[in-house]
Design a protein around this ligand. Structure first.
Ligand SMILES: [Zn+2]
Length: 49
């Protein structure tokens, strides 16, 4: 018997969300725009995750 939770598959591939981290305030967020901006401070100094 295999116990444990079932598989968790999220169909995220349809949406090209990318995860970013703001270098100014260290907030992580997801965005799908070409020019993502931090929703907190508006910085565009982002690192892709
Ligand atoms: Zn920020």
């Amino acid at each position: 018997m295999c116990g444990g939770g079932g598989p968790i598959f999220l169909e995220l591939e349809e949406v090209p969300w990318k995860k970013y981290r703001c270098r100014a305030c260290d907030r992580t967020f997801r965005s799908m725009g070409r020019n993502p901006r931090c929703p907190d401070c508006g910085s565009q100094e982002l690192g892709e995750m």
